[in-house]
Design a protein around this ligand. Structure first.
Ligand code: HEC
Length: 195
């Protein structure tokens, strides 16, 4: 194998078996001196946090909601619009974009009788997670949902308001005060029984 470089700089060499890299130190930095070639590397680096699908215009509704909230004018529709964007980035990997879940693995949020029975319980599920047996629309799930502790009270309120007003769910509205209250309560040790 032949390896050559075309511009100077610090090249990080990583063994792509990530565990080996960390456990046995198979990481290195190769320092290369020499003439620059701006056509290959401009020398400019972007100094910002990588946000993936959280970056850019798709969070416009969230920004609008945050501003409206600061002004005390957040409507239910604004909560729903912001919640939709956040749902896509946070919940849809498991519960799917259409809320249908994944058979035997992730329970549905669409027309979920478990959700409809106690919408406030959903706040605890998002802030504290959920483990153990739950029955949703007649199907049993026995899995783990990790707590979504990275979400602020606002974000949880908006996501749940979106969920409750989508896919033929019964509607309703969750406020950030509701979320703050449930978050402060101790996490339930086992899943609450389905009603
Ligand atoms: C990593 C996968 C994953 C993510 C991400 C996730 N969930 Fe869950 N969720 C689960 C699993 C698994 C269960 C069932 C847990 C059990 O069996 O005890 C569940 C259960 C639920 C339930 C109760 C059951 C039902 O279907 O009504 C609600 C409500 C819920 N999740 C909402 C959310 C919301 C809202 C988000 C985003 C903020 C989210 N979940 C993110 C995996 C996930």
């Amino acid at each position: 194998m032949e390896f050559h470089t075309q511009v100077p700089g610090s090249y990080v060499i990583v063994d792509h078996s990530i565990f080996r890299a960390f456990n046995k130190g198979a990481l290195a930095i190769l320092k290369v001196d020499g003439a620059e070639n701006k056509a290959i590397y401009s020398g400019k680096e972007v100094d910002s946090v990588y946000l993936g699908d959280r970056a850019g215009g798709n969070l416009a509704a969230v920004t609008t909601a945050a501003k409206a909230h600061a002004a005390g004018t957040l409507t239910k529709d604004e909560q729903i619009a912001a919640g939709k964007q956040l749902f896509v980035g946070t919940c849809s990997v498991c519960h799917q974009a259409d809320g249908a879940g994944l058979a035997n693995v992730f329970p549905p949020l669409a027309k979920s009788d478990y959700l409809a029975a106690d919408p406030k319980r959903a706040i605890s599920i998002v802030t504290h997670g959920l483990t153990g047996k739950v029955t949703v629309n007649g199907h049993e799930y026995d899995s783990v949902m990790p707590p979504m502790a990275q979400l602020t009270d606002d974000e949880v309120a908006n996501i749940l308001t979106y969920v409750m007003n989508s896919w033929d769910n019964p509607g309703g509205q969750i406020s950030k005060e509701d979320v703050a209250k449930v978050r402060a309560e101790p996490a339930p040790t086992t899943a609450a029984p389905a009603h």
